[in-house]
Design a binder for this molecule. Structure first.
Ligand code: HEC
Ligand code: HEC
Length: 328
């Protein structure tokens, strides 16, 4: 009996020490730091460069979808908001154990992009890494973007009126901090060998760049591990499960299969015109997390390139029966 109690006592002590070590580890490692590559750029005053940056922000790169404060439960207001409201962030994202607010993209000196040099801002966009190397909460994945496109975006952001972001600080539970510290030690979907520039034409090659590195089509349309966000499915075969844009409980959204599979490919048989037309229509599924309001403004030429690229994918049989599922 005595030895048993002794063993119990020791197990208790060891467990207590382990928990203490874990707590100290999480608090000392949060927020995670990462030594991201430097990005040396200078914002341009060239109107064509600025116009391209604006196109990316409100279109293919869909920054506007997350950096304008609207009611996410009713995204039908976003389209008008995109024309009238500043990119000053503060949009609220609620997850189990966390409430996170998007950052301020206007050049405000207090909490906006006015705090960063052009190169620091480019590095922050590409690698989600602040000048002191702290990583942002994993929401963005633009490390595959060319320096040319990041420069265009920074050039456009420099032309905005400064507006203050009035969002409160993020709220993260201890569990969520632990999750971030141990699972997101580097930028999400990190890529360090992106080309400096790409030719903007209507080839499948350019479509691949737009789809995979700028718009995030590949990520959303590939099955991913819900915990780590790592892509685990066949590329573009769909089936990734996510909470809905409306943030309702008990509702799940599944991305469709975009590979050219005759039986299960969602866009199999769609002509280029139909594909472009679908983008012009915008959001049709209220709960969809696809940033349709931005993608609506994708240019015809860029959509042609994306369409061409999707046709080159390996057909994968993967039936995604319903895109919105409500738990009974
Ligand atoms: C899916 C939503 C989403 C998209 C799309 C998105 N962002 Fe963000 N962004 C966020 C969130 C959320 C934060 C806050 C992260 C944090 O503070 O840890 C953020 C933070 C930032 C910051 C840091 C602000 C600061 O000073 O801390 C910059 C800069 C930024 N985003 C730029 C962009 C640009 C440029 C694009 C488009 C190329 C973009 N974002 C697209 C959600 C998004
Ligand atoms: C944030 C995740 C996300 C991103 C990014 C995304 N999609 Fe989707 N996509 C979805 C989901 C979820 C659906 C199903 C709901 C819907 O139709 O809106 C969908 C549906 C579609 C559909 C079928 C529409 C229909 O009417 O059946 C097409 C085509 C499509 N996406 C193409 C693309 C392309 C091309 C890109 C990149 C330019 C892209 N998606 C980026 C999540 C995403």
């Amino acid at each position: 009996m005595k030895t048993f109690l002794k063993i119990l006592k020791w197990i208790g002590i060891i467990l207590g020490v382990l928990i203490l070590v874990l707590v100290i580890a999480v608090y000392s490692l949060y927020p995670p730091k990462f030594d991201a590559p430097k990005v040396e750029i200078t914002a341009s005053k060239d109107s064509a460069v600025i116009a391209h940056g604006k196109y990316l922000v409100y279109g293919p790169a869909h920054c506007a979808e997350c950096h304008i404060k609207v009611n996410r439960k009713d995204l039908s207001v976003l389209e008008t908001a995109m024309q009238t409201q500043p990119l000053s962030g503060g949009l609220e994202f609620t997850m189990p154990g966390a409430v996170v607010y998007s950052g301020n993209l206007t050049p405000d000196k207090e909490n906006g992009t006015g705090r960063y040099t052009d190169s620091e801002l480019a590095r922050l966009i590409k690698y989600c890494t602040k000048p002191d190397n702290t990583l942002l909460f994993p929401f963005m994945a633009y490390s595959g973007m060319t320096e040319q496109d990041v420069t265009a975006i920074v050039s456009y952001l420099r032309t905005l009126e400064p507006v203050k972001n009035t969002a409160p600080p993020h709220e993260l539970s201890f569990m969520m901090k632990g999750f971030v510290v141990f699972l997101f030690k580097e930028p999400f979907l990190l890529e360090t060998n992106a080309p400096k520039s790409v030719a903007r034409d209507t080839t499948a090659e350019y479509g691949k760049y737009l789809a995979n590195k700028v718009s995030g089509c590949e990520f959303c349309h590939t099955n991913a591990d819900m915990m780590t966000g790592k892509m685990i499915g066949k590329p573009y075969a769909g089936g990734q499960q996510t909470p809905p844009a409306t943030e309702e409980q008990g509702v799940w959204v599944y991305s469709p299969n975009l590979t050219p599979d005759p039986e299960t490919g969602r866009i199999y048989g769609w002509t280029e015109e139909m594909f472009i037309q679908r983008f012009r229509q915008g959001r049709m599924v209220k709960e969809s997390i696809m940033p349709w309001e931005c993608f609506k403004t994708y240019s015809d030429n860029d959509l042609k390139a994306v369409y061409k690229y999707l046709q080159t994918l390996e057909p994968v049989k993967n039936e995604v029966k319903e895109v919105v599922v409500r738990e009974k």
